[in-house]
Design a protein around this ligand. Sequence first.
Ligand code: TRP
Length: 448
Amino acid sequence: MAASRGAFSSRLGFIMAAAGSAVGLGNIWGFPTQTASNGGAAFVLVYLVLAFCLAYPAFMAELLIGRYGQANAVTSLQKISRNIFHKRFAFVVGFGGIICAALILSFYGILAGWMMSYAVEPFTRIIGMESTADWVITQSLPRNLLFCALFMFLTIFIIRRGVEEGIEKWSKRLMPVLIFLLLGLISYVMTLKGAREGVSAYLNPDISRVLEPDLLISALGQAFFSLSLGTSVMVIYGSYISKKENLVTLGAQVTLIDVSIAFLAGLLIIPSMYVAQAQGVAIFAEDGSLISGSSLVFTVLPSLFNSMGDIGLYVALAFFILMSVAALTSSISMLEGPVSYAVERHNMERKKVTTYIGIGIFILSAIIIANISFMLDFVAILATQYGQPIIAMLCCVFVGWIWFRNDILTELKQGNDMVEHSLFWKIWPWYTKFVCPTAIAIVFWHSL
Ligand code: TRP
């Protein structure tokens, strides 16, 4: 089987794909939103620390498991296992991650569908189809189903093509588009009245809030979601990396890109809110906090774009294309988890199984859409606040407590001869063994 497995053809291919998975709605929507509701820069500060100190080590654990196992999450974890008890545990962790990825995709596809519908709106207005434009931005069952289906279709289209021709090629095409749009939008917003005030609101931390438990929990959850941890996705991406590559630096580069893009997204969204305020749009909720969540993206920002006149249509188009692209490079990673499992464990044909699983997940999305008022939040919370932290923690337990230290070192040494003498090797093993699982457990416990 090894010979027929896909693999990333280059270092850049992996970086783009993994950064593509990491950079998504979580960065461009979730991060600025959380920042807005958690005291601005205090949240940014805590997020940076947690991303590098907790999420990065856990991320490394998942990548390493995958590269060692050269297989889907369940098989890779079982290769590390030494007895039947470990093997069962491996199955629970690996398969749990796969289910978690599928659940995340089922609600993520709905949100991504909204982004696409809001990208279609300015376009239809530009070409004069006003009634279509109104329809695509009005909540309705058919609208939600249609755009979610469209988004799933794109995700399936890419994953059917496999690792190199699908994931890698499309990530390499889409990520530069994303970065270009993001920087373009920031430069434009910075020229508008009110932006400066937004920048200072974004960058001045209210240090007194840094240790608030709620803020810590939100920041850790956000960091885990952003690095796509606890869902088998990074295990499978790790399994497509060549043994010649230095995992320690690759992992750090991806983390850095992820964090930087979240930071840049904040630099776009928060100043945009203050620009909107300068135009007379309300940006504070009744309790005095900045408006966040869906009203930020679907009310505040569109009012801002409206107030810009004709150019606003193009800005809105660019912004929602940015969102859709970010969502797509992430959703493909979520589908790859279950697909790689079905292909490798059950010898199924990739193209067929991708379509079946994709349709299955879409049916789940449709059920959520039909009961959107309670199911959307329910599935999102189940997968991201429970599933992800628990599974990420168990992956750390696997690496820290089950995998032999010498075997870990041998794996790390491939592509990084000197790792034994590095700071990474001095800290990371005990860190993954004790600090990561404990910290995740504490934060998880608090969040209950
Ligand atoms: N990291 C993505 C974001 O920030 C979301 C994501 C992509 C994800 N793949 C995942 C989350 C797998 C969990 C699991 O939006």
